[in-house]
Design a protein around this ligand. Structure first.
Ligand code: KIV
Length: 264
């Protein structure tokens, strides 16, 4: 089982860290059978599992439910669970309670939270004091997509790139063990990764972050309409799955399934 020390070690050894999201037992078992370094139970489940158009509706109990399922499928993997929208933004106390509930009930090894303001830094600091490892998340922070003007590349000008760099250093100082950098120019991902000592995990942040994360449904090509520039599809499960279901349908209506060998 990996722990946060492995994260620091991998950065020191310049060994890229592979992270993939996962939301259920069956996929967790598949991920567990690979060398993937770490699983993120992301609140992206609000979009790819629940079908919402943002991550905002996801609740703390839903995050715990999915993380428990992933833990059952991947008992040996390092698992990070997202803190969902409004489970930590209202007060320091609520943030500690929410993170504590995730750690107590879900089997996660660490939590992730979005943002780079003083309240976030204070919360990260307190959580680490309480013994909870925290991953930060900067750049495009989907829980704030409304105030960011949509799902757009962030830190494009010098001033916002500077703020992102400062926020990364503040998160590091607060005790975060790693930071997700989402949808930022490659040059900014590189600069941040060179400046801080904790590993950066990029998604749409270029080639120079210390690791990469992708949403499992996306990398498996489960949604043929979702084709952002940062995504590489390693399979075409959309076509394979539709074709299998269609063939099943045709065999049922054509009375080809079940066959004698499928009967008791
Ligand atoms: O919720 C999520 O899956 C994430 C990753 C895309 C980094 O935050």
């Amino acid at each position: 089982m990996k722990n946060i020390v492995n994260f620091f070690q991998e950065k020191k050894n310049k060994s890229p860290i592979s992270v993939v999201t996962c939301y259920d037992y069956t996929f967790a078992k598949l991920v567990a059978a690979t060398d993937i370094d770490c699983i993120l139970v992301g609140d992206s489940l609000g979009m790819v599992i629940q079908g919402h158009n943002s991550t905002l509706p996801v609740t703390l109990d839903e995050m715990i439910y999915h993380t428990k399922a992933v833990r059952r499928g991947a008992p040996e993997k390092f698992i990070i669970a997202d803190m969902p929208f409004l489970s930590y933004q209202t007060s320091l106390e609520e943030g500690i309670r929410s993170a504590g509930k995730i750690m107590k009930e879900s089997g996660a090894d660490a939590v992730k939270l979005e943002g780079g303001n003083d309240d976030c830094f204070e919360l990260v600091h307190r959580l680490v004091e309480c013994g909870i490892p925290v991953m930060g998340h900067l750049g495009l922070t989907p829980q704030s997509y409304q105030t960011l003007g949509g799902y757009k590349v962030q830190a494009k000008d010098d001033a916002s790139a500077e703020i992102l760099l400062e926020d990364s250093m503040s998160l590091e100082e607060a005790g975060a063990f790693s930071i997700v950098l989402e949808m930022i120019p490659e040059s900014v991902g590189k600069k941040v990764s060179e400046k801080i000592f904790i590993p950066t995990i990029g998604i749409g942040a270029g080639r120079y972050t210390d690791g990469q994360v992708l949403v499992i449904n996306d990398l498996l090509g489960m949604n043929s309409e979702f084709t952002p520039k940062f995504l590489k599809k390693y399979a075409d499960l959309s076509t394979t799955t539709k074709s299998a279901i269609q063939t099943y349908h045709e065999e049922v209506v054509g009375k080809k399934f079940p066959e004698e060998k499928n009967c008791f």
